[in-house]
Design a protein around this ligand. Structure first.
Ligand code: C2E
Ligand code: MG
Ligand code: MG
Length: 644
């Protein structure tokens, strides 16, 4: 019976092309790529052995050593495909660290193929697998090769099913294609013994994997040659899911956006390439074997295995030192502001969500120090766990009515008594404890809850103002904060006026605080709201003056009664230039007939300094932190005026 080698030749051409494409597309680094490449090479070897063996068989060759060598070579190279495939799936699911520790799984992984190898090596003496004396013939133990494939197929399937969330349908189909095509090939071979389709089936299944899984354009950034944001997201999610421990160098170029807007797209892209080259250089010179990523907007990452902590530390320090040096791009000297955090995950950053949220903008929050920061020093777990769950926290608080309003007294320098107070939102969550309004308010603005929360705060304040206890305190008004989103809501003025009506609160007992950012918006809705409230007799304070970028013309045109100088002015009062600036700002505001509140006063020295500057009101921890209504009433009633 003469066997045909046509399918083998077609398979050989296919796997050779696959080899070229893999090398040309530079898909040769990283464990999964290396395993894939090994599979392709083994497919080439097995097909060549098969062609040789079949040709010798067809010629009725009596060269027994060559016949044994050809058939054994083919069977060894062909049967290694299944364990290689399992290793490939293990590397895609990043589960090697788990499997390595499990003796049972290690046995399944290595025993069956080892049995194949031993049986094939002793075959020339035992003739238990095949014989060649009267033409090539399978012997009694040959079927062990088929039996030994079963554990690999089972392991493959279990891994794919357990980690199915890591793969989309296209990838799952590609990963299952090898087992399916091999079964198909065996069936065809049994039906038509002259057609050898096994090698061709392997070639097809490797091609499917190459097209569906090994797609560099999906995850390699074309400018930097580093892995893309999506690959980082995928790899990190997988590491957290599998409990894998890694060290991450998180590099954010803090001034990247500024460079891009000043110098243009091309120069900014050149900078990215320079940084990527440096990352490549340190990775290879220190033999880090890290996975390197470019995310976007000047953010780079290097991910190291657990055992490579000292390499990660060295690479972080050297990279930072190098990036601090001036770079020359297109004839221009550029100073980068690199910010590097070295994080051990999951010990220091506990979840995928937190890692991504922290990585987004840590360079804006950590003061530039020129040295590598450790995540254990700069990452605040509570802060991020709150940020990650803030929507649920707000929903729960609204449902359980757990928001509260606190009051912080505001002291009049001239009258030497408290004349007003600021209402501030407070939330104590059962699980996360006190939640700062700095996190709460922006999140509530994003998810729309701010309107309900704002109405709640306003109603609490009006209830308080209309109570007898309030009337005895001798306060003139309460300040209530309004955020940008509140001011942009068409119903704001009606809601506020409606609540005031309900509690019979007069407009002069309320003062609404808007921030500079809100004041500089000139949208129709906001202007209508502010005009309507102002016409109803309500007055406004400009909060956090000096922190935003005001549209001065717009600020001047608003019906403002009070300006609140931000705490940042107070913190810098010892700077002589700031002092001159403060003196003149206060004079200017006074000339415009505005009243001035200074926020963040914490010491007697600050009280004296701002009294000397002729500010009208003082607010700060020096007098009192924001306190609940009962404490506030006690505080005001029991207050003994200063210097008396
Ligand atoms: P803000 O309106 O500028 O409020 C003043 C903030 O400074 C308060 O922070 C207050 O606790 C804090 N503070 C007052 N005196 C001192 C001091 O001497 N030292 C220091 N270090 N801090 C002082 P809080 O309560 O965390 O509020 C933060 C921001 O959240 C507020 O800034 C305001 O913009 C917003 N916010 C608070 N409650 C509400 C609310 O009911 N509605 C809206 N829309 N925003 C609110
Ligand atoms: Mg305020
Ligand atoms: Mg303020």
């Amino acid at each position: 019976m003469t066997k045909s080698i046509s399918f083998d030749i077609a398979g050989l051409i296919l796997v050779c092309l696959l080899l070229l494409s893999t090398v040309f597309r530079r898909m040769t680094s990283g464990t999964s790529n290396k395993l894939f490449l090994t599979s392709v090479i083994m497919a080439i070897i097995s097909t060549m052995y098969d062609i040789l063996a079949v040709t010798l068989d067809n010629m009725n060759s009596q060269n027994w050593p060559l016949l044994y060598a050809a058939h054994t070579g083919y069977l060894l190279a062909h049967n290694i495909q299944t364990p290689l495939h399992v290793l490939f799936v293990i590397s895609l699911t990043d589960t090697w660290h788990k499997i390595r520790k499990n003796p049972f799984l290690m046995t399944i992984l290595f025993l069956p193929y080892s049995v194949d190898v031993i049986a094939l090596f002793i075959n020339p003496f035992t003739q238990c697998m095949f014989s060649v004396a009267h033409g090539y013939r399978h012997e009694w133990l040959f079927n062990i090769l088929y039996v030994n494939i079963v554990p690999y197929v089972v392991m493959d399937l279990v891994l794919i099913i357990v980690y199915r969330k890591l793969f989309n349908l296209r990838k799952i189909v590609a990963l299952c294609s090898m087992a399916t095509l091999c079964v198909f090939a065996v069936v065809i071979h049994l039906i038509i013994p002259t057609q050898l389709v096994e090698c061709f089936a392997i070639a097809i299944s490797l091609s499917i994997v190459s097209v569906s899984i090994q797609r560099p354009e999906d995850y390699i950034d074309s400018f930097t040659g580093l892995l893309k944001h999506s690959a980082y997201g995928y790899d990190m999610r997988r590491a957290f899911t599998n409990g894998k421990h890694v060290h991450i160098i998180m590099l954010n170029i803090a001034n990247y956006s500024a460079i891009q807007s000043m110098m243009g797209y091309d120069a900014a892209t050149d900078i990215l390439k320079i940084v990527a080259e440096k990352i490549h250089f340190f990775d290879s010179s220190l033999k880090c074997k890290s996975a390197m990523y470019y995310l976007d907007r000047g953010r780079f990452r290097m991910v190291f295995d657990e055992s490579r902590r000292s390499k990660a530390e060295d690479a972080a320090q050297l990279l930072l030192n190098d990036l601090k040096l001036r770079s020359n791009v297109n004839g221009m000297d550029i100073d980068l502001t690199p910010s590097i955090v070295l994080a051990r995950c999951p010990e220091e950053i506990e979840s995928f969500k937190s890692l991504m949220a922290f990585g987004q903008d840590f360079h804006e929050k950590i003061p530039y120090s020129g040295s590598v920061h450790l995540a254990s020093d700069v990452y605040n777990f509570k802060d991020f766990s709150v940020r990650n769950n803030i929507d649920a926290i707000i929903e729960r608080a609204l449902k359980n009515n757990s928001f509260e309003v606190y009051y912080q007294p505001i002291y009049s320098i001239e009258n030497k008594r408290f004349m007003s107070a600021e209402a501030l939102l407070r939330l104590k969550d059962k699980e996360h404890g006190f939640i700062s309004p700095e996190i709460l308010v922006p999140a509530a603005e994003r998810n729309g809850a701010i309107h309900k929360i704002g109405a709640f705060v306003f109603e609490e304040v009006c209830k308080f103002i209309s109570s007898d206890e309030y009337k005895n305190l001798g306060l003139d008004y309460i300040e209530v904060n309004l955020s940008v989103a509140q001011c942009m809501h068409g119903d704001l003025a009606d809601v506020i006026l409606g609540i005031m009506n309900k509690y019979h609160v007069s407009p002069d007992s309320i003062n609404l605080e808007i921030t500079e950012t809100a004041a500089s918006y000139s949208q129709r809705v906001m202007t209508d709201n502010l005009n309507k409230l102002s016409n109803a007799g309500l007055s406004f304070s400009l909060d956090d003056y000096g922190t935003g970028y005001s549209n001065m013309k717009r600020v001047i045109s608003l019906p403002l009664k009070i300006v609140k100088l931000d705490k940042s002015f107070v913190d810098e009062q010892h700077n002589p230039k700031m002092w001159i600036f403060l003196q003149n700002t206060i004079k200017m505001l006074k000339d415009m007939k505005m009243e001035i509140v200074v926020e963040g006063i914490e010491t007697q020295e600050m009280v004296d300094a701002f009294s000397e500057l002729k500010c009208d009101f003082i607010q700060g921890f020096f007098f009192s932190k924001p306190i609940n209504k009962t404490e506030f009433i006690e505080f005001i009633a029991g207050f003994v005026p200063l210097n008396e």
